[in-house]
Design a protein around this ligand. Structure first.
Ligand code: C2E
Ligand code: MG
Ligand code: MG
Length: 754
């Protein structure tokens, strides 16, 4: 069955020959096959009688036509048109041959009628034109038959097979009844199938049309269809309203590019773009139809979304602006600077210097003129760096009064030759509230990547270096060791600051005694027991307090505590001895020093006679005129003035004669050597004698042995202070001691538990 189906091409699904329909080839094969079977049957049937009667033309004709049909059948698919034409020619030939070879005229007429089937076959196989030709051609046989023309008279054939009438009538009968009807039936089947396919595709188109209406024409989303030339071929009502398109699109050529010039038409399968159109924002979705050269464009109004986005973007930009600008000066800030540095690090592998510049008297300017006014200096310096000097890059205001910039592509020598030029321009006069003000800028420098591989570190190191810069060392390059000790000091200073605020510091008292141990005074010594650092020696925290300008607060606290203590002891009935307080150089140069001191005394009703002020030699010399006036005033109030640590450094006793001094405390370093060195003894004796001359009392500080006491006492020294008699003790210990033993501190009595 399947062979028959394939051979006769009974199916119309797959087109065997792209140019010719299956059903035509199928019809040709049906005619040829059925004709061939007919010919074969006649050939076999006539062969023996034709052979016996020696009718060779019968054999030739039957064999000839059988062969022709067979060959045509073989070539029917490949050479369809030739075969179809040859079949028709063969039919014409057959009817002609029958007329020529049949002696019976009636039979010859029947045979000739075979030719009348040609138009029908031609119509099926080759179309109406060929059919018309054959219809016209048929007039000739029609004429011959009508006028009883016998063509056999023109041949020598005057005999025919006895059963010739069977054969001829049979051929005509079978050809008209079977061969041609089968071909027609095949044609009808094909027509039916075609009809079915058409109905199906109509139904499909109908459903498509419904889809088109639902998804396109009646869609609430504006949609247009554009061909590959960019012409708008269709648009739904929404699109017509949105794009203001004419109602009849077909009548004119309307290009999408003329309606929306900004729209990018691209060949990508599906794309989205957002366009500003007629005061709205439209998200245009563009989808290419795969089976045709058409694109569908959909328009979604996203104005609200866009305006939110635009607002967000504006806010983000404002945030960025705020984030990267100093709020007060409006100059680029530290975040911006570090960001730029990081970019530079990523891009520029050669390394560069980060420089932070600040006016040396920045703090003073802030206090005197206020932060706002002193910023004019920062702004002017920033402008000078940006506009007047070649070299500095990426200037930014990274902290109060601090301007950072970058110097790239330099070695250290170049750096140190570039910086003075920059300093020179930065130091030029500034106009501060209408007054000319000259500045001296200090510079902290750090190198990237040597001093840090990230901007944050390098900038922090440059700032650290700046803290170590001073008038002698204007350009301070970051040094890790300096910085380490700096950091430690800085941390201690922070803790000390807190300790001062919390009143965490206490005061211990070391007795000053006569040679026999009679207490004639006390020295107040600050003690700091930090919860974090533990006990910190005054030798550590006092210099830090001085460096970080906290010493005045510390002195203030000690004076207050001492006054309060004297007041308490007095109330406890203790016969109070004068208490010495250490005063630093910075305290002494404060204008309100005197007033603050007096205030505390007044608060606790303490007399100046009960207070001794210990100053170092250097503090007197720093500002001689001022020191002299202050000392005289203090003395006039009744305070005792001592010079502490005499003998350390370049002590000059002769110079001391110029100051109103009551006491001189000989430093431990001098006393410790009196027992071992005769020379040292002579020196101390000389100092002692000179003090006697000047009516200055001498105090031996840091006496640790009986021998030291003896030697100094022999010299005439009347006052001693040292571990030999007592270490510095708490007020409680002092009170307990005095309560038990009175104001006597003999060697063995030193530590009496409170
Ligand atoms: P200073 O004013 O010369 O105080 C005497 C220092 O010598 C004290 O050390 C004391 O404990 C120590 N000392 C006393 N006798 C002996 C002894 O026999 N042998 C030894 N080895 N040392 C002895 P301290 O308390 O550590 O104070 C050190 C320095 O810190 C003080 O030297 C003073 O300059 C300063 N200081 C202490 N408290 C204050 C304060 O409240 N204000 C200021 N401005 N400075 C203070
Ligand atoms: Mg002292
Ligand atoms: Mg001392």
């Amino acid at each position: 069955m399947s062979f028959l189906n394939d051979f006769f091409l009974l199916s119309d699904d797959n087109n065997a020959n792209e140019l010719i329909d299956n059903w035509r080839i199928s019809a040709l094969r049906i005619i040829l096959s059925s004709g061939l079977l007919l010919c074969l049957a006649i050939t076999f049937d006539t062969f023996s009688s034709a052979f016996q009667l020696n009718y060779l033309w019968v054999i030739a004709n039957t064999l000839g036509f059988t062969s022709i049909l067979f060959l045509l059948l073989l070539a029917s698919k490949r050479f369809y048109h030739a075969c179809a034409h040859l079949l028709l020619v063969a039919i014409v030939l057959a009817s002609f041959v029958m007329n020529l070879t049949l002696t019976d005229l009636t039979l010859a007429k029947i045979g000739s009628m075979l030719i009348f089937v040609c138009p029908a076959i031609a119509l099926i196989l080759l179309g109406r034109r060929v059919a018309i030709c054959y219809a016209l051609l048929n007039i000739a046989p029609f004429y011959i038959i009508l006028h009883d023309i016998n063509l056999s008279q023109y041949t020598n054939i005057n005999k025919q097979l006895p059963d010739a009438s069977w054969y001829i009538t049979g051929v005509v009968f079978l050809f008209f009844n079977i061969c041609v009807p089968l071909a027609v039936a095949r044609t009808i089947v094909a027509a039916k199938r075609l009809n079915e396919a058409t109905l199906n595709s109509n139904a499909y188109l109908k459903s498509k049309n419904e889809l088109y209406h639902t998804f396109f024409a009646e869609s609430t989303t504006p949609k247009i269809i554009v061909d590959d030339m960019g012409k708008i071929t269709d648009a739904n009502q929404q699109a017509i309203d949105l794009l203001k398109l004419p109602k009849t699109l077909n009548s004119e050529t309307l290009l999408l590019s003329s309606v929306m010039p900004n729209l990018k038409t691209c060949d990508a399968a599906k794309q989205e773009q957002i366009l500003h159109f007629n005061n709205t924002y439209q998200r245009v979705v563009h989808q290419q139809l795969t089976d045709a050269n058409f694109c569908v464009y959909e328009f979604h109004d996203c104005s609200a979304e866009q305006s939110i986005k635009a607002n967000l973007a504006a806010m983000e930009q404002e945030n960025r602006r705020l984030r990267y600008r100093d709020a007060q000066t409006q100059l680029p800030n530290r975040d911006w600077f570090e960001l730029q540095c990081d970019r530079l690090i990523a891009k520029y592998r050669k390394g560069f210097y980060v420089v932070v510049a600040q006016s040396a008297n920045n703090d003073y300017l802030n206090i005197k003129f206020g932060n706002h006014n002193s910023q004019t200096i920062t702004k002017t310096a920033f402008k000078r760096l940006r506009n007047d000097i070649e070299g500095p890059l990426l200037c930014a205001h990274i902290g109060p009064g601090k301007i950072a910039f970058i110097l790239g592509s330099l070695n250290e020598t170049d750096l140190y030759s570039a910086l003075p030029k920059i300093k020179h321009i930065l130091d030029e006069d500034y106009n501060l509230l209408g007054v000319k003000s000259s500045q001296s800028f200090l510079f902290g420098i750090a190198h990237c990547p040597e001093h840090g591989d990230a901007s944050g570190k390098v900038v922090a190191h440059a700032i650290e270096a700046l803290k170590l810069a001073n008038t002698h060392d204007v350009f301070s390059l970051y040094d890790q060791t300096n910085s380490q000790s700096f950091l430690e000091k800085y941390e201690i200073s922070m803790l000390l600051d807190e300790a001062l605020q919390q009143g965490e510091l206490t005061v211990h008292y070391q007795p000053k005694v006569t040679a026999s141990g009679q207490c004639i005074g006390l020295e107040a010594l600050a003690r700091w027991n930090s919860p974090i650092l533990g006990t910190v020696s005054p030798a550590v925290f006092i210099p830090i307090a001085e460096e970080y300008r906290m010493i005045s607060r510390l002195t203030d606290l000690v004076v207050q505590k001492v006054c309060s203590q004297i007041n308490q002891w007095t109330q406890q009935g203790l016969n109070c001895v004068p208490v010495a307080i250490n005063i630093s150089l910075i305290d002494f140069s404060q204008t309100d020093f005197m007033s603050k001191l007096v205030k505390h005394l007044a608060d606790f009703t303490v007399s100046p006679k009960q207070i001794e002020l210990e100053l170092t030699e250097t503090s007197l010399e720093a500002n001689q005129a001022h020191s002299l006036i202050l000392m005289k005033t203090l003395q006039s109030w009744g305070f005792t003035i001592s010079v502490d640590d005499f003998g350390v450094g370049y002590s000059n006793i002769a110079r001391l004669a110029d100051y109103p001094i009551n006491k001189l405390k000989l430093d431990r370093s001098l006393i410790s050597q009196v027992t071992t060195s005769a020379r040292q003894q002579s020196l101390v004796r000389a100092i002692h004698n000179m003090c006697e001359e000047l009516s200055i009392k001498c105090v031996s500080e840091g006496v640790e042995t009986a021998e030291q006491v003896k030697i100094m006492a022999d010299m005439g020294c009347k006052e001693f202070q040292g571990f030999y008699f007592s270490k510095p003790i708490t007020p409680k210990q002092f009170f307990a001691h005095v309560s038990q033993k009175g104001l006597v501190f003999e060697h063995q009595d030193t530590l009496i538990k409170a």
